[in-house]
Design a protein around this ligand. Structure first.
Ligand SMILES: Cc1cc2nc3c(=O)[nH]c(=O)nc-3n(C[C@H](O)[C@H](O)[C@H](O)COP(=O)(O)OP(=O)(O)OC[C@H]3O[C@@H](n4cnc5c(N)ncnc54)[C@H](O)[C@@H]3O)c2cc1C
Length: 780
């Protein structure tokens, strides 16, 4: 999918999207090394930037301001993005053990996974305190805290344990935000109270005296109590037990004390300091090995102890990138020489900050604006990486040739997945002259194409046969395997059948045997997972080497003759139900252009790997008349097939069509799948085209779907209940999107109901009808 120009020789796996690794990705994006492939494994695909976290909590920034989007960044770097959590390292086999996927092989691995607050030494802390780290989980924990405080109408006392820069800045931000939210909700913000608790004798111990004094004064001005020089020995529900001090009562407790490393390092046999952090030398190598590097909070830096501060992770980034480059090209490494004194800018909750460097302390709104400028500039480097063509290749390194890359990218911009399908019109023209042999067993074949061919092979059930094959839509072979198998099985479910066997056809890029094997293994592991869940046996297949990853399946299924669903069968008075949201075509096209947010792409993948099996079962229970799966020809294209086969008209309400997150935005940017123009030719089936085309969601009706949901028709009276059951079965966005009406004789069978009023009215009428008490039987 990345348009790889060179066979992969070395795999560099980055674990964690910490501050150093984002720099590594950017630098390799600017200056790639031919044959070196990067894979980022990160628990979160939007990595929080610690410098802006207090501002985010205080309400000065939105989520995207304060998070690095690893989607466009990994695309820029030509890297694969796996959203997962590393839970171990197999040093002997050189594999990263992940929570939710098969092990990921590496030639070189680097760890930048941050730290967590150390609650282990204090009984009760892990049960009753809210850890600030990992930061990626803190935001939801904070939102829950806010909701509780509002539920108590502001009558809450909040304690924060830890008086380092992170703790003090966070407490001031929390105080600012909570008071504002409580006041905005119409309650008295004065009833809120705050206390800072720490074992250290003074706040901000590593800062100059003037800086500390100023922050002490700010805390006092804001009415924030302090309990200092008093270690917390136990945490109980609603209070802190503190050595040498009366218990500190608190409804909410935030915990920011010393950092703790990942627990799995020890089991992996990695060299650790006595606190469990990874021992690295001055080259950032773990245990002196040239194949394991680390940076950020997670390291114990050999030459000298470094504070657990984002500044050092950021500073390590360029050296880490350079040393990875040197290691994979066999050149000597260079040392990391972190500065001893760094500029510290700490905000006070409002748009106000203090700065300190070399003992000089400055303060004011202008310091906040300065910090804001520095932080935003930092974020732009990662969230808006330069255009590939604009980046000059470095003359001295074996860099991929840019002109070749530009040519290849023009071809690579052709979409994969179902966006790579041949258009419906081209297909019917091409097949028009073909006359297959007629056999009596073939009940449904090319003459009446449906989701699958239906063949009578004797016995009580009919055989279903279908095949799908497409180029990679994601760079992750495991995800591709799951998507491709789920997609292929969809045809069998759309026909009301049960999958029985599958044959795979796989194309894997040329490369070293070990790389080909690893990609194939990951892809087939993903596919088999989906097939196993469907009870479908993988019985064989065929593989070949090719320019890019591709995968398909021929699936056989069984269906009882009476249960076989067809595209034809829509009946006037039916409701049209769609089980999954649409938008994969535009989102994946935007992903290729680095215009899609990683969370949109991950959510689209989550929908693509969701099987249609349970949806088909629910629809069957509610008396489904006809169904098809929405794939390459888009919603309108597949609906037209149903309408034509059923000789009816339909009314479609675009506003009721569920959309994948981000699809609205990428369509607004004018980004479409390469198949979209062919699908749009089908617009002639839409009545009042000019008015219809003015609807902002109109283009999405032609968006080709990969592993889309089912569109089904069923009696209007059953529709609401059916949608409720679909949602309960995990199809959270299932919706009634239209109505089937009698054939009007007009040339265009599809009418849009832009406001959705007609569909809503019909559903309301059906609801009233169902609620009406049964009429008493006539008694003479
Ligand atoms: C409230 C607060 C404010 C702070 N403010 C500042 C500040 O202004 N300036 C400053 O310099 N420092 C600040 N810090 C400290 C700073 O947050 C850390 O030092 C910094 O984030 C460390 O960066 P890192 O690269 O080591 O890891 P992180 O930034 O923590 O990133 C780790 C990444 O790895 C991922 N990850 C974690 N575990 C795994 C796993 N097992 N597998 C895969 N992925 C994983 C996470 O999802 C995350 O993306 C603050 C800390 C706090 C709590």
């Amino acid at each position: 999918m990345q348009g790889v120009t060179h066979p992969v020789i070395k795999d560099v796996v980055l674990i964690g999207a910490g501050h150093a690794h984002v720099a590594v990705l950017r630098m390799f994006g600017m200056r790639p090394v031919a044959g070196v492939r990067f894979t980022l494994i990160s628990r979160e695909v939007h990595s929080p930037y610690s410098g802006m976290l207090p501002g985010l909590i205080a309400g000065h920034y939105g989520f995207d301001d304060a998070h690095i989007d690893t989607g466009p960044l990994t695309q820029f770097a030509g890297a694969r993005l796996y959203q997962d959590e590393a839970v171990g390292l197999d040093l002997a086999e050189r594999r990263v053990i992940c929570r939710d996927r098969p092990p990921v092989p590496y030639d070189l691995v680097s760890l930048d996974i941050g730290s967590t607050p150390n609650t282990a030494g204090v009984p009760g802390a892990s049960q009753h305190a809210i850890p600030v780290k990992p930061i990626d989980g803190f935001l939801s924990r904070f939102e829950a805290l806010l909701a509780r405080v509002l539920a108590r109408k502001g009558h809450a006392r909040l304690a924060l344990v830890g008086a380092g820069a992170g703790g003090v800045e966070l407490l001031l931000s929390v105080e600012h935000r909570l008071r504002r939210e409580v006041a905005q909700a119409g309650f008295d913000a004065g009833v809120l109270s705050f206390v800072l608790v720490s074992e250290v004798a003074d706040i901000l111990p590593s800062f100059p005296a003037a800086f500390r004094a100023r922050f002490r004064a700010i805390l006092a001005e804001r009415g924030i109590d302090t309990v200092l020089g008093a270690p917390v020995t136990r945490v109980e529900a609603g209070r802190l037990i503190v050595d040498g001090h009366a218990p500190v009562e608190a409804d909410e407790i935030l915990w920011t004390t010393q950092a703790a490393p990942a627990a799995w390092f020890a089991q992996a046999g990695l060299p650790l300091d006595r606190d469990g952090f990874l021992k690295v030398d001055e080259m950032l190598r773990v245990g002196g090995r040239d194949d394991i590097f680390a940076a950020g909070d997670t390291i114990a830096f050999g030459p000298r102890a470094l504070p657990k501060s984002g500044v050092y992770a950021v500073r390590a980034g360029p050296v880490l990138a350079d040393n990875i480059r040197r290691a994979v090209t066999g050149r000597p490494l260079r040392p990391f020489r972190p500065q001893r004194d760094t500029l510290a800018l700490v905000s006070t909750g409002e748009r106000h900050a203090l700065g300190s460097r070399n003992g000089v302390v400055v303060e004011g709104a202008w310091v906040w604006r300065w910090k804001d400028w520095i932080d935003r500039r930092f974020m732009r480097k990662f969230n808006e990486p330069p255009e590939m063509a604009a980046a000059p290749p470095a003359p001295s390194s074996p860099v991929a040739d840019r002109a070749a890359l530009a040519d290849i990218s023009a071809i690579a911009m052709r979409c994969g997945g179902c966006g790579a399908k041949v258009g419906a019109t081209v297909l019917s023209r091409a097949l028009g002259g073909i006359e297959p042999v007629r056999r009596p067993e073939v009940l449904l074949g090319l003459d009446a194409p449906d989701d699958a061919a239906l063949v009578d092979v004797g016995g009580g059930k009919l055989a279903l046969q279908t095949v799908d094959y497409f180029r990679a839509i994601v760079d992750d072979p495991y995800a591709l395997g799951r998507i491709a198998a789920t997609h292929a099985l969809g045809d069998v479910y759309a026909m009301g059948g049960e999958p029985q066997t599958a044959l795979a056809i796989a194309t894997v890029p040329y490369g070293l045997e070990a790389k080909v094997e690893a990609d194939l293994a990951a892809m087939m592991a993903g596919a088999n997972e989906a097939l196993r869940a469907a009870g479908c046996a993988l019985v064989g297949g065929h593989t070949s080497e090719g320019a890019e990853l591709a995968l398909g399946f021929a699936v056989n299924g069984l269906v009882a003759p009476a249960a076989a669903l067809r595209k034809g069968g829509l009946a006037p008075g039916d409701a049209l139900v769609l089980t999954k949201p649409i938008g994969t075509g535009t989102l994946l096209a935007a992903h290729m252009r680095r215009k899609a947010k990683a969370r949109w792409v991950m959510a689209a993948i989550a929908h693509m790997v969701q099987s249609n099996r349970r949806a088909a079962e629910v629809l069957a229970r509610h008396g489904v008349h006809a169904a098809t799966d929405v794939t390459g020809f888009g919603l309108i294209g597949h609906l037209i097939e149903m309408v034509r086969a059923s000789d009816v008209d339909v009314t479609l309400a675009p506003d009721r069509v569920p959309l994948l997150a981000g699809a609205r935005e990428t369509v607004a940017l004018g980004i479409f799948s390469s198949l979209q123009p062919q699908n749009v030719r089908l617009r002639r089936a839409v009545r009042d085209l000019e008015a219809a085309a003015a609807h902002p969601l109109y283009p999405l009706l032609f968006d080709p779907q990969t592993s889309g949901g089912l569109i089904a028709s069923l009696p209007l009276a059953a529709a609401a209940r059916c949608v409720a059951d679909l949602r309960a079965a995990g199809y959270a966005e299932a919706a009634v999107i239209g109505l089937v009406t009698a054939r009007s004789g007009a040339l265009e069978p599809i009418t849009l109901d832009p406001s959705g009023e007609r569909v809503a009215a019909a559903l309301e009428e059906a609801r009233r009808e169902a609620a009406r008490p049964p009429q008493p039987a006539f008694a003479p």
